[in-house]
Design a protein around this ligand. Structure first.
Ligand code: BEZ
Length: 212
């Protein structure tokens, strides 16, 4: 099934390294980073899961839960977690779904016929507390993902959900933002952005990040 931005993330029940997970119930009111990797005991995946574990505090600050998935069985995940902890100097602190029957891989279209046979590609789904899909990413097997970029997008989504702004190229939390083109009422602009704005063009209006 092709999943698109704004779709409701499909619900599922599956085994995980931290016990059975009923996805929507488990997600609760959190944002979710659901990410698949091709296989346990592979080098790039080992670094990715280790790095994700180290981002625990960053995820917590943003009300985000991480959930990894591959089609490896539970026993393999448990052995691999020990390896990740040892080699990456961390403790895996999020569940890894053991999707041996491909329930999740099928629902989220994570096995691509022209990529690795029978293995989930590197996908990322960012899902908001209403269960809407807000970001999708697909990476090649040979390229580890940039998890700081995933945090950056979550920062942008959480900001732009509450203020009439969008975030420009390479924006980082604290940088200037752009006022959405649909906002034209100067009284509302003055009230929302008391520090003013710089209109480089009528359609390109930069303002200090409003929640700082
Ligand atoms: C890795 O995680 O290192 C990897 C997995 C599949 C193919 C190539 C690399």
């Amino acid at each position: 099934m092709t999943l698109r931005l704004g779709d409701i993330a499909p619900d599922f029940s599956q085994e995980s390294s931290e016990g059975p997970i009923h996805f929507h119930e488990w997600a609760g009111d959190s944002w979710i980073v659901l990410f698949s990797h091709p296989a346990d005991f592979t080098p790039v995946c080992t670094t990715e899961l280790g790095y994700t574990a180290k981002l625990k505090d960053e995820f917590a600050k943003r009300n985000v839960k991480a959930l990894a998935v591959s089609v490896d069985p539970l026993e393999s995940h448990h052995k691999w977690i020990s390896d990740i902890n040892e080699t990456q100097n961390t403790r895996v602190n999020f569940p890894i779904l053991a999707d041996a029957d491909k329930t999740v891989a099928t629902l989220y279209d994570m096995i691509h016929p022209n990529s690795l046979a029978n293995a989930t590609v590197r996908t990322v789904f960012v899902i908001d507390p209403t269960k809407k899909i807000r970001l999708t990413l697909t990476y090649p097997a040979s390229t580890g993902r940039n998890f700081n970029e995933i945090l950056r997008v979550i920062d942008s989504l959480q900001l732009t959900d509450h203020h009439k702004v969008a975030t420009p190229a390479n924006w980082q939390d604290g940088d200037d933002v752009v006022i959405v083109p649909s906002l034209q009422d100067e009284a509302e602009i003055a009230q929302r952005f008391p520090k003013g704005y710089n209109a480089v063009r009528p359609y390109l209006r930069l303002t200090p990040q409003p929640n700082k």
